[in-house]
Design a protein around this ligand. Structure first.
Ligand code: ADP
Ligand code: ADP
Ligand code: MG
Length: 456
């Protein structure tokens, strides 16, 4: 096992990695920007190194500064978390060149799956169903041809996309040129890569993703699914496992497809295969995330496994601690993302100072956060400030437990998505588990009005 791991991240995920390392008696080196001097991950790590100014480009994305810190502090591995450099193949390669184990797949694997158009092509060749669309990247003319062929509405998507950005829905042929242009500009601005591809828009889909684990000995297993259909702006807000939309047979089928996908990619580490499921319960691969996922605690609750620990073990060359037959999915787990955002203002980021903090606890409740009383949340980074996760034997109990956990949660000083999540947990269709990725957009106004009603 590693002796000392550098954590190339911040916030709740940096804290999560520190926890796993401590339990494995691995020392941790935190890195931080000037804006994060007082951050929790800095306080909890064995050591901490300042790597630059507030701007992520000069700190958490500054590869030279991070690698220098890792080498100078005698680390033997680097954990990238999610976001930032986690899906940057050049960074993974550079780690290897510096004699540091990158805790994730190889640069080549990240490169292949990081191009969503190329990843789809690989999946198609490997017998994993993909959303009908272009064979690879397209220009406007080719996009028009493909859209005519698969039929409108279509999605124009950035090949390098992530975080729900670089994507445009196109309903009519005459809108294509302008929306193609808009997607391209956004892709260039966000990812420095304007490559686009076209996909049929699946109507009222569920977002169903499978957690997989693959070790260096060639063992590949899946840990069941997460239903992440409660989304705002194509970004997840509430996730749960198991999904109400899957039968045991469909779970088996999708799980096998996910394992096939991971094998085709020669994957190693923890990863996620994302599918959309249409109204006729046909599933289609949309992308692979070659990293630990924000919502991994949901899977940890239903499997009893520690995914961070598995990731560290795999990177250290150890075999998976369980085989597929030993994976038991038990009960129901649910996660609410608490973002410092104002749902009434189009989910505008609303970071502030935490005047008072009370976190929920009790049976079956877990909170992953880097907040503490008095903490000033910097405006430069992700708005995610806490994840409230619950487990219960049945879904209805999980829903009730989540309501009560959110009622206990107090974050004074910032507007967050906690209240909205709480309202969703009372929405009849949500309680029944009948929802698709358009649920939140369709219900937002009603939910907000409902809220005003209870206050007045
Ligand atoms: P998940 O599927 O784990 O929810 P998200 O797509 O929400 O993943 O991304 C997780 C985090 O990583 C978010 O903070 C998001 O802003 C960030 N992120 C995702 N993709 C990219 C990318 N290509 N570049 C930079 N940040 C990204
Ligand atoms: P990102 O890399 O930003 O996470 P994804 O390709 O995973 O992008 O798509 C993000 C979300 O957009 C999905 O969870 C889903 O809600 C929606 N989406 C993506 N592709 C399709 C599609 N072909 N049809 C319908 N919805 C889609
Ligand atoms: Mg995705």
């Amino acid at each position: 096992m590693f002796r000392r791991v550098l954590i190339a991240n911040r916030g709740e995920i940096a804290v999560r990695i520190i926890r796993a390392c401590r339990e494995l008696e691995i020392e941790t080196v935190a890195v931080y920007s000037v804006a994060d001097r007082d951050a929790l991950h800095v306080q909890l790590a064995t050591r901490a190194v300042c790597i630059g100014p507030a701007r992520a480009a000069e700190s958490y994305l500054n590869q030279a500064a991070i690698l220098t810190a890792a080498v100078e502090t005698g680390c033997d591995a680097v954990h990238p978390g999610y976001g930032f450099l986690s899906e940057n193949p050049d960074f993974a390669d550079l780690c290897a060149k510096c004699g540091l184990k990158f805790i994730g797949p190889s640069g080549d694997v990240i490169r292949q799956m990081g191009s969503k158009a190329a990843a789809k092509a690989l999946m198609r060749r490997s017998g994993v169903p993909v959303v009908p669309g272009s064979e690879g990247a397209v220009d406007l003319e080719e996009a028009r041809r493909v859209a005519d062929e698969v039929g409108y509405p279509v999605l124009v998507k950035a090949s390098a996309g992530g975080g729900g950005r670089g994507m445009r829905r196109v309903d009519r042929p005459e809108d294509l040129p302008a929306l193609f242009q808009a997607a391209q500009s956004e892709a260039v601005a966000c990812f420095g890569n304007g490559e686009l591809y076209v996909e049929k828009l699946i109507l009222h889909p569920r977002h169903i993703e499978f957690q997989i684990l693959a070790d260096s000995q060639g063992n590949v297993i899946h840990l069941g699914e997460r239903d992440c259909s409660i989304q705002r702006k194509n970004q997840k807000l509430i996730e749960e496992s198991p999904s109400r939309a899957l039968t045991p047979q469909l779970r088996e089928e999708m799980g096998q497809a996910a394992v096939r996908a991971a094998r085709a990619a020669h994957y190693e580490s923890a990863g996620t295969i994302e599918f959309v499921l249409d109204e006729d319960r046909r599933f289609y691969f949309i992308e692979m995330n070659t990293r630990i996922q924000v919502e991994h605690p949901v899977t940890e609750f239903v499997t009893g496994l520690d995914l961070m620990r598995e990731q560290l073990r795999i990177a250290a060359g150890l075999p998976l601690s369980v085989g597929q037959e030993e994976v038991r999915l038990s009960g129901c787990a649910m996660e609410c993302r608490i973002n410092a955002e104002d749902p009434r203002e189009g989910f505008r980021p609303s970071p502030g100072r935490v005047e008072f903090l009370h976190l929920p606890g009790g049976p079956g409740v877990r909170v992953d956060t880097a907040l503490f009383g008095g903490y000033q949340m910097p405006p430069y980074y992700d708005s995610l400030c806490a994840k409230v996760v619950v487990w219960a034997p049945t879904r209805l109990e999980a829903v009730r437990r989540m309501r009560r956990a959110l009622e206990e949660l107090m974050i004074q000083g910032m507007v967050t998505t906690a209240e909205l999540c709480h309202l969703i947990l009372y929405q009849p269709d949500f309680v029944k588990g009948q929802y698709h990725t358009g649920f939140l957009e369709e219900n937002l106004e009603t939910l907000m009005a409902w809220d005003c009603g209870t206050e007045g």
